[in-house]
Design a protein around this ligand. Structure first.
Ligand SMILES: Cc1cc2nc3c(=O)[nH]c(=O)nc-3n(C[C@H](O)[C@H](O)[C@H](O)COP(=O)(O)O)c2cc1C
Length: 391
């Protein structure tokens, strides 16, 4: 049997591309419009260096920490992604891998597996919501998440319904019935390993959104749920404060890139925020989170937990973010590629790559614990950082 282990996230990405039908792979790559933010997220990390020592290094190193009230083995969290049709076990495989490596699982409202199934295998579930469906429906979702055992809520606020991409958007069918499969068959048949993994389970991907179901109703189709969200007027800060008041545990706002918004998130009583541009999937041209992080961490990081997501592909990226003020990072595409390449083991492989990379950096930088990292460990070009909304 071929060795399915991979040594870097880039290798996992190549395997995912080889294994997945073109439209499924295209959906994971994502990136709005011209891909300015998507590319910027990666090139920004490339522009940062590290400042190592050569002696007096630490033989014992650790990276356990706590964030959003959860104890975690390393400063990495699974970011919620609407992962449809990547792997038959989907988020359950990701959640098991996260449990085995001691980290929390963010589950998307648009995930393919239910919060109950995911909570059954990961005791650190963070359920992600959008402002969708009306107040009663959102309260019902919170109640369902509480009953399922979710430890916290991630409210994502940075989606702009941009739907054009210069390199073409993948076609996503309403559902995968026989007729659609025949239409898609050249793509699916050219990826027999992917198809076989589904056929073994006796089912095709059903492209529904079980976490967007209204009580007593069956899960809506992905696009039905998307329409519900799209047609909802965007929330005011008072709306967000109201939603926060409906949940008595950790509450995290995802998608912040400005200092003034970060202060409002703090003021409405959130537990934390993620500096994020949705992995470059929202308003193209929003700054890379790593550039916006230090100003936001300086403004609110002593009062609420500031994390970052966008562009994390290596342990050194995690270290740069933590050194510049993040308590932890969230990862998206990296684990999706691992999932596509080798299911649960592939996600564990990705988490081990990050763990190993963080440990190498701690060694080189002379640290015994992740909390000892400071901005002085990072070399940044002049004018690298951006501060938005701070008068
Ligand atoms: C395919 C895909 C689907 C996503 N779906 C969601 C989602 O449903 N909810 C959400 O809050 N973020 C979603 N995101 C954004 C991720 O949570 C995260 O912000 C982003 O992937 C981080 O960038 P990275 O992929 O470079 O790590 C999605 C990202 C991707 C790539």
């Amino acid at each position: 049997m071929a060795n399915k282990w991979f040594e870097t996230v880039a290798v996992a990405q190549r395997r995912a591309e080889k294994r997945l039908p073109k439209s499924v792979y295209g959906a994971i790559i994502g990136g709005a419009e011209k891909g300015l933010s998507l590319n910027g997220n990666l090139t920004s990390f490339d522009q940062l260096g590290l400042a190592p020592h050569v002696a007096g290094l630490q033989a014992e190193r650790s990276m356990n920490t706590s964030v959003f009230g959860l104890d975690i083995s390393m400063p990495v969290i699974i970011s919620p992604t609407g992962v449809q049709a990547v792997h038959p076990e989907g988020e359950v495989a990701v959640a098991r891998a996260a449990t085995n490596r001691g980290i929390p699982m963010g589950l998307s409202s648009f995930g393919s597996r239910s919060m109950e199934d995911v909570a059954a295998v990961n005791s650190q579930l963070l359920f992600q919501m959008y402002w969708s469906g009306g107040r009663d429906v959102m309260v019902q979702r919170l109640e369902r998440a509480k009953a399922a055992g979710a430890k916290g809520i991630i409210l994502t606020l940075d989606w702009t319904f941009s739907n054009g991409r210069d390199w073409g958007s993948p076609w996503i069918p309403e559902k995968l019935d026989l007729k659609t499969m025949i239409k898609l068959s050249p793509q699916a048949l050219s990826k027999p390993k992917w198809l076989f993994a589904y056929l073994k389970t006796g089912k095709l991907p059903d492209l529904s959104a079980p976490n967007m179901a209204h009580p007593g109703q069956k899960p809506p189709a992905f696009f039905g749920a998307y329409y519900e969200w799209m047609t909802m007027p965007p929330p005011s800060w008072e709306d967000i404060a109201w939603l926060r008041s409906q949940w008595d545990g950790p509450f995290v706002v995802k998608g912040v890139c400005r200092v003034d918004d970060a202060k409002r998130v703090r003021d409405l009583g959130a537990t934390g925020l993620s500096v994020s541009n949705h992995g470059g999937n929202n308003l193209d041209g929003t700054p890379s989170p790593i550039r916006a992080l230090p100003a936001i961490a300086a403004a609110v990081g002593s009062e609420i937990d500031v994390v970052l997501d966008g562009g994390i592909r290596r342990g050194s990226d995690v270290v740069k973010a933590v050194a510049l003020g993040a308590k932890a990072v969230m990862i998206g595409r990296a684990y999706l590629w691992g999932l596509a390449a080798n299911g649960q083991a592939g996600v564990e492989n990705v988490l081990d790559i990050l763990h190993g990379g963080i440990d190498s950096c701690l060694l080189g930088l002379g640290k015994s614990h992740i909390s000892e990292l400071t901005p002085d460990d990072v070399i940044a070009p002049r004018d690298f950082f951006v501060t938005l909304g701070d008068k």
